[in-house]
Design a binder for this molecule. Sequence first.
Ligand code: 5GP
Ligand code: ZN
Length: 119
Amino acid sequence: MVAPETPRDCLFCRIVAGDVPAEIVLAGESTVAFRDLNPQAPTHVLVIPRHHYDNAADLASHDPSGLADMFATAAQVAEREGLSGDYRAVFNTGAGAGQTVFHAHLHVLGGRPLRWPPG
Ligand code: 5GP
Ligand code: ZN
């Protein structure tokens, strides 16, 4: 697989590079997990691929095993955070669905009762 380019102005690429500080929870071979700056639950961690993909669909079509790594990392984060298997893992895809950072990221939320459906 040819590694995709790293857009110089991408916030999450800069976090992967260590140029922007973040509270890292897990640093794996293909993923990095760090705490969301504006947490929506007691645990709110973002899992991102080290390589840049604009969104989950882009990641899925170019690197399916990388997508699987994201969910495996989410499970490890939940375990470390003591969530007892109760957590929500969410990709917001597209501005209309609330995506504001266009580097694929999986929100891992837990530590409080989570209502369904979400807003
Ligand atoms: P989205 O809205 O794209 O699904 O999620 C982007 C998330 O990134 C938001 O929950 C937002 O709080 C978080 N975020 C934005 N800027 C930063 C930052 O500089 N550092 C960290 N740790 N999180 C950020
Ligand atoms: Zn990026």
